[in-house]
Design a protein. Structure first.
Length: 282
């Protein structure tokens, strides 16, 4: 064997040894990495508080990086708080109502879609036509969740927060009156009590607006019923022309006569008016 052959053979042996060593090191390294991952998974499963702390730190780091890149301070809970939904994801009937209301009242379809979906859900539970609920919101506030009347009626359904503060306790307190979904749910509760007490939808609306003891309600019931009829037609797929949003003029006087339980019958809920049944219905 010549010197060249010996040198070549030696280099091949060295290369083989290096490759074998690299394989063993890599193999052992992957094995150790796998064990580390397995132990980490077991630890995070057994100790959820460690996992939660890690998630908080990771999200904090990601937010910091996002703030550095964009210059905007983010809020990861903003999407969860947003009262909005994709109208395309709604059932056909609900989507039709949402788009029609959006055009008529100049409100974005996404937040309206969330309200429509909620109205249909809570309406089924309360056994109240959801389009009636939406008609009341339309007449009372024009779908402005921050609306407030001179007498203190607040939110989408213009519920008197001072009178119905107990109903907002499960939503975190009286300021929930300006949360669209909370106001909707409380308003439906008051409306249901009014209808049950009056024995009819029209009579319930007179109670809701605070005109049960008045000669007339300044056309409030008629306006709600007209809008209710339109929305029913929209929900059934009919083409209904848009008209200007209707407004309601407050009654000039609300009697202070005692109710059946001795409570005052002064206005309790609604635009510039309220539900005279509120204290009775609680």
């Amino acid at each position: 064997m010549t010197a060249t052959e010996k040198f070549t053979k030696g280099m091949a042996t060295v290369a083989s040894d290096i490759a074998q060593g690299f394989f063993e090191i890599t193999h052992n390294g992957f094995a150790l990495l796998g064990l580390a991952v397995m132990f980490a998974v077991i630890t995070l499963t057994a100790r959820p508080e460690i996992r939660q702390a890690g998630e908080v730190q990771l999200m904090s780091w990601l937010q910091s990086r996002q703030t550095i890149v964009t210059g905007i301070v983010g809020d990861v809970e903003a999407v969860e708080r947003a009262t909005a939904a994709n109208p395309q994801s709604l059932p056909k009937q609900q989507a039709a109502v949402a788009f029609w209301l959006s055009k008529k009242y100049n409100v974005a379809p996404e937040p309206l879609s969330a309200l429509v979906a909620e109205a249909f859900e809570i309406g089924a539970s309360a056994k109240i036509d959801p389009t009636l609920i939406l008609a009341i919101m339309a007449i009372e506030s024009g779908f402005n969740p921050f609306a407030q009347s001179p007498v203190g009626a607040q939110g989408l359904m213009q519920v008197m927060t001072k009178i119905h503060s107990d109903k907002y306790e499960t939503f975190g307190g009286k300021f929930a009156a300006f949360d669209p979904l909370a106001n909707l749910r409380v308003g439906v509760k008051v409306l249901k009590d009014c209808i049950q007490m009056a024995g009819s939808v029209e009579g319930g609306l007179r109670y809701y607006v605070g005109a049960a003891n008045l000669e007339n309600d300044n056309g409030y019931t008629e306006k709600v019923m007209v809008e209710y009829n339109r929305l029913q037609q929209v929900a059934t797929g009919r083409s209904v022309p848009l008209t200007s949003p209707q407004t309601v003029t407050a009654p000039t006087h609300a009697p202070e006569e005692p109710s059946v339980d001795g409570a005052s019958n002064a206005p309790l809920a609604s635009n510039d008016h309220a539900t005279t049944v509120a204290m009775v219905a609680r």
